[in-house]
Write a protein that binds this ligand. Structure first.
Ligand code: PLP
Length: 232
């Protein structure tokens, strides 16, 4: 099941690339495996997945040692400052940086781990009350505040679009994030590149690819519905 789903999503991404004349190599599929057990992740791995997305530090810790070590683990969820230390040496990229306090802690722990951690700035493009993220208007000044911190490198932007039945509803938000990344890129800020746009989930990843996503984060479309009642 996971293998078939994974291949189907890959096909849809390829189709979206053709439709928008984009190079398939520029779009990376992140298999969002939160709440899912290790054997299912292994199935996705066997189907070719190397990028996995999780939103809980505890879960990354539990899965990390039980799966192949060429997996790139992406932190895509809200990250508490006091937990950064547990994943600083494990995480490939952090997509959800949205406060100075968090950026400083990632910096500190990255220096300790003797590495540079690529980060994305989470932007609340749709201005939903319930969501974390920097406002579009504040994004540049936020980046100006954190870009000189050691141990981090700012690689782009991430957004979580609203839940909707109609993916077209979210096209505007993807376009806005893309535009913001172009604007910021044009400022040529040290230690900042806008190489990556992390946007699009199961319901809307094709639209996100058409609008320039480099990372799409697909959970349900690969692993099926999540059951939170049985979560560890
Ligand atoms: C859970 C989650 C996803 C995947 O959502 P699906 O709708 O299951 O594809 C993507 N991004 C973030 C930040 C998530 O928390």
């Amino acid at each position: 099941m996971v293998k078939e789903n994974y291949e189907k999503v890959k096909e849809q991404i390829a189709e979206a690339c053709r439709e928008s004349s984009r190079d398939l190599k520029d779009v990376c599929l992140i298999a969002v495996s939160k709440t899912k057990p290790v054997p299912m992740l292994q199935e996705a791995y066997d189907a070719g997945a190397r990028d996995f997305g999780e939103n809980k530090v505890q879960e990354i810790m539990e899965k990390y040692d039980r799966l192949p070590d060429d997996i790139r683990w992406h932190m895509i969820g809200h990250l508490q400052t006091n937990k950064v230390k547990y994943i600083a040496d494990k995480i490939y990229m952090i997509h959800s940086v949205e406060s100075e306090k968090l950026a400083k802690e990632i910096s500190k722990q990255a220096v300790k781990a003797d590495r540079v951690i690529p980060i994305l700035i989470e932007v609340n493009v749709a201005e939903e009350e319930s969501k974390f993220g920097i406002r579009v208007e504040e994004c540049e000044s936020f980046i100006e505040t954190i870009h000189t911190l050691p141990g981090i490198t700012i690689k782009g932007l991430m957004t979580i679009a609203p839940y909707t039945e109609n993916p077209e509803d979210n096209r505007q938000y993807f376009q806005r994030l893309k535009q913001l990344s172009v604007d910021i890129s044009n400022k040529n800020i040290d230690n900042v590149s806008m190489d990556f746009l992390s946007m699009g989930m199961t319901g809307d990843y094709k639209v996100a690819v058409q609008e320039g996503a480099n990372y799409v984060r697909v959970g349900t479309g690969i692993f099926g519905e999540r059951d939170y009642s049985s979560q560890v």
